[in-house]
Write a protein that binds this ligand. Structure first.
Ligand SMILES: NC(=O)c1ccc[n+]([C@@H]2O[C@H](COP(=O)([O-])OP(=O)(O)OC[C@H]3O[C@@H](n4cnc5c(N)ncnc54)[C@H](OP(=O)(O)O)[C@@H]3O)[C@@H](O)[C@H]2O)c1
Length: 246
């Protein structure tokens, strides 16, 4: 898949992994639009990167997604690449009941329903260009759950399964379906997780681009690849290893 001269929409592109991917696509000569819930955060990005387009959009809101779709049609004349990156991560323990049921359901809404809704509304637009792509950002934890983040890991396993199905269904269309499964990456999302090695954002972006350019549909940088392999060959071992201090 080519990375230059594309029109790229990245959900949750105002920080972390979404932002580094936005910068990487801009540097490769693509047009990029990023969205998120917090407009102020997006405006700060716009001050640094004048070429980037920003839009306030909560991926759980059908109305806001429809408005974003119209903006993409009018300002961009369509898009070629949709990156479903928006997500949240909650650590909690069922024994102390710290996380409300509303927060647990919200994690499912953003991490799963958000991506589903984006694909639902943007699919007709993505079928128009000669070559298009959907990139779903799941996690290495889709293969082996980190028990401290039970709902999060379940959402990423769901995204992995769903991505395989839509990739299969869209075979023969112009849309290629990718999945980026990052390992632990140094972003504010996982700052609570101490004592685990974290990949730097630049390294993740480089590995993503390499896989994307070569049509590697499941991109598993660094330790995410090991999690995938060990979940097949030694599932009990890797589960215990990952959770031994939790
Ligand atoms: N960091 C890691 O170790 C790691 C590892 C594996 C996978 N991932 C995945 O990578 C993705 C990006 O995470 P990150 O580490 O870069 O964290 P991050 O910096 O917190 O980025 C998450 C982004 O999602 C946006 N977002 C959250 N809820 C949203 C909603 N309802 N609608 C639209 N945007 C929303 C946030 O912006 P607003 O708050 O402004 O909406 C934020 O910009 C996530 O899907 C995450 O699960 C991360």
């Amino acid at each position: 898949m080519q990375t230059n001269d594309k029109k790229v929409l990245i959900t949750g592109g105002g920080s972390g992994i979404g932002l580094i991917l936005a910068k990487t696509f801009l540097n490769a000569g693509s047009k990029v639009i990023i969205c998120g819930r917090n407009l102020e955060k997006l405006e700060i990005v716009k001050q640094e990167l004048s070429k980037i387009e920003i839009a306030q959009c909560d991926v759980t809101s059908d109305e806001q997604i429809k408005a974003l779709l119209e903006q993409c049609k009018e300002d961009f004349n369509g898009i070629d690449i949709l990156i479903n990156n928006a997500g949240i991560f909650n650590i909690f323990d069922y024994k102390n009941g710290k996380l409300s049921i509303e927060q647990q359901v919200k994690e499912i809404d953003i991490n799963i329903s958000g991506a589903l809704k984006m694909v639902h509304y943007f699919l007709p637009l993505l079928l128009e260009p000669k070559e298009a792509a959907i990139v779903n950002v799941s996690s290495g934890l889709a293969f082996v759950p980190l028990t401290a983040a039970p709902v999060y890991c379940a959402t990423k396993a769901a995204i992995h399964s769903w991505t395989r199905s839509i990739r299969w269904q869209l075979k023969g269309t112009r849309i290629k379906v990718f999945e980026l499964m990052p390992p632990l990456v140094d972003t504010s999302m996982v700052q609570e997780l101490k004592g685990f090695p974290k990949m730097q954002l630049d390294e993740l972006a480089t590995k993503f681009m390499m896989g994307f350019k070569h049509d590697k549909f499941e991109i598993t940088p660094g330790p995410a690849g090991q999690l995938k392999m060990l979940s097949k060959w030694a599932p009990g071992f890797i589960f215990k290893q990952l959770n031994k201090n939790i």
